[in-house]
Design a protein around this ligand. Sequence first.
Ligand code: UD1
Length: 392
Amino acid sequence: MKIIIVVGARPNFMKAAPLVFAVRDHNNRVEPVDMIRCILVHTGQHYDEAMSGSFFSDLRLPQPDIQLGVGSGSHATQTAEIMRRFEDVVLQEHPDVVVVVGDVNSTVACALVASKMSLDSKGTRPLIAHVEAGLRSFDRDMPEEVNRIVTDHVSDLLFVTEQSGVINLLHEGVARSQIHFVGNTMIDSLLASKDRADESRILQSLGLRNQNGARNCSNGTARYALLTLHRPSNVDDRETFVSILEGLEELCDLYPIVFPVHPRTRKRISEFQLECLLRGIRLVDPLGYLDFLCLMKHAMLVVTDSGGIQEETTCLGIPCLTVRENTERPVTVSQGSNVIAGTDKDRIRVAVKEQLNTRREGSLPEKWDGFAATRIVAALVAALAKRQSVLV
Ligand code: UD1
C-alpha cells in the first residue's frame, strides 16, 4: 500500500505530522507485506523558514520526499501550478491513496488532480482521503470555504473532527459510509508537543518572564494577550483592519499584546500605513510551532481570525476571541473557550471585557484525545482491503 500525504501551507504541517507517525507505528506492528509506504509531498505554497521550514524540526516531521516548489501567486495561478506539478507525481508514484488535509489551495488542488486520474487500463484512480472534512462557515466569500466544499465532494473518505462536520456532509448528500468521525489530528500534535513547548525561550526573549522585568506577573509569567490576523477579509480591507485594531485599544492599555505577523498582514500594515494604530502592540515575525504554543499556553486571552487557533485554545482552556462573523468550528464555541466577536470595534471591546471577566469552563470535544491519526490509518487500511476484495 502506498499513500501520498500532501502538505503545502503552515496549518497543514501539524495536521499531517501525526499521520506520518501513525503510519510508522502501523509499520512497526505488521508483517512487511502489510506495510504502508508513505510519501510526503510539499507543494511549496508556503516556502520560507518562518512559514514552513521550522515546523519540520519542531514537529519532528521528516523532510518531504518530494518538493513541488510552487510558491506564491493568485489563487488561480497557485492552484493551477500545484495541479500541474502534482499530476506528474501521481503518474510516477501510482499511489493507492492521496491524503489531503485542511482547506488551503494545496488541499483542493491535489484532491482534484487525484479525482481525475486513471492509473491503469481499468480506469482505477487513487482513493482520496480528506482530513478535517465537513467544516462549514457557510460563507462562500472565504477562499477556504470553497476549498472545503470542492475537496469534500471529490473525496472518498471524509475524516471529520467534530459532529457538526458529520451533519453538514449528510445535508450535502454525502453517503454515511464515507464519513468517519475520528477526532482532530491538529490536537494530536498539540497533545504530543504541549510539554516540549515549555522548553521554548520565547517568553524570556519577549520579556514576559519576570526575571526580565515583566509587568503584572503571576507565577513568574507576565499577563499578556496574543493576537493573530491574516484572513483576507480582515487584513485586505483597510476599514475592517482598522476597526479590529481600534476594538483592541483598551486591551492594549491594560496588558501587553504580542502579535506574530503573517506575511500577508505585514504587507497590508505598510500599504495601509497602520503603524500608528499598532504603537502599543508588540509586532514579531511569524513564530515556530513550539514558540507559538508556549505563548498560547501562557496567554490570558488569544484574539485571532485563524481556524486552528480556535481549536488549540479550546484544547488548552485558554479564552479565545475570534474576530470573524462566523466559525466553521462551532464546537469551540458550544463546548470550548471561544467567543465569536465579529469585526466591529464596539462589539470587540465588549467581548474582550467579557472574556477577561468571566472564565468560561470549557471542556474537551469528543475524540480530541490524541488518537485521531491512529483511527485514520486504521480506516485507510480497511478501505483499501475492501477495495482490493472488490477488484479481485
Ligand atoms: C493560506 C491559506 C489559509 C491559511 C493560511 C495560514 C489558502 C487559500 N489560504 O493563506 O487557509 O489559514 O495560509 O498561513 O490556501 N508568503 C510568504 N512566505 C511564505 C508563504 C507566504 O512571504 O512562506 C506570502 C505570500 O507571498 C503571499 C502571502 O504570504 O503574499 C499569502 O500567502 P498565500 O499562500 O497566498 O496564502 P495565506 O494568506 O498564507
